[in-house]
Design a protein around this ligand. Structure first.
Ligand SMILES: [Zn+2]
Length: 249
């Protein structure tokens, strides 16, 4: 796992999100690529543990903090893979000029150097979010379905087809797989127990908003209540609440 030095918004905005990489006898599979400006730093970190080439780069979703660096890795010979839905999200961006040449729908499997990586398309933070499951290592990379840093809340990106109700069923599908450690999109790696706690908190936030929405509370009142009760709803999370009021009636 390649994290930033600090799990805060400043490091996120400069470097991007977490990277997972799997070293095999036939090459390296990466999950996510940070911003392009992080490219040389990422390559040197991977080279510090293996001289094998980077063969595959899986993108968990279309956002720049995870996908911006992908083209550089493609130029270096890696096959970049994203779900068809999040490729479409990528191309909808204002100044889109590149997208991966290879997509999948629903699920895919990659076999490299005797290791298997399972990709599952799980709608949550975006419509086509991908989680990467490494069964032999009992690890799962969840992308921005889950963030674990206090300063970087988990959010649903409605403009990219995210959905809070599907987020819960997606989490339950991820939890049905057999793993001990989860690598989030931002923040430190966590245990299964910690992921269960995050799921329960996100479901509680959703249901609290649904009740307040039905009570016709104001946007401001809803936001203040969420910050007070869940420490969620400020910073990057604030912009999500109007979309929640549409979804959660
Ligand atoms: Zn992110």
């Amino acid at each position: 796992m390649i994290e930033n030095s600090n799990a805060n918004m400043a490091d996120l905005a400069y470097w991007g999100g977490n990277i997972t990489f799997l070293v095999t006898s036939d090459g390296v599979l990466m999950v996510d690529a940070k911003f392009a400006r992080a490219h040389d730093d990422v390559v040197s970190k991977i080279k510090s543990v293996t001289d094998k080439p980077i063969k595959y780069l899986v993108l968990t979703h279309n956002h720049g903090d995870h996908a911006d660096g992908a083209q550089r890795f493609e130029d270096g010979g890696a096959q970049v893979i994203i779900s068809a839905d999040d490729r479409a999200n990528m191309l909808r961006a204002a100044n889109a000029n590149w997208a991966p040449s290879f997509t999948y729908i629903g699920q895919a499997r990659i076999f490299l150097g005797g290791k298997e990586v399972q990709l599952l398309q799980l709608r949550g933070d975006t419509r086509g979010g991908t989680v990467a499951y490494f069964p032999a290592d009992r690890v799962i990379s969840l992308g921005d379905l889950v963030t674990t840093a206090e300063a970087i809340p988990s959010i649903i990106n409605y403009s990219d087809g995210g959905d809070w109700t599907d987020w819960e069923s997606s989490m339950n599908r991820a939890l049905a797989l057999d793993w001990d450690t989860a690598i989030p999109g931002h923040g430190p790696a966590v245990t299964r127990q910690q992921v269960l706690q995050i799921r329960d908190k996100m479901v509680a936030i959703r249901e609290r908003v649904r009740v307040m929405n039905r009570e016709k509370k104001s946007l401001e009142e809803i936001q203040q209540t969420l910050v007070k009760e869940f420490n969620w709803g400020a910073g990057p999370a604030a912009g999500v609440i109007p979309g929640m009021l549409v979804e959660l009636r």
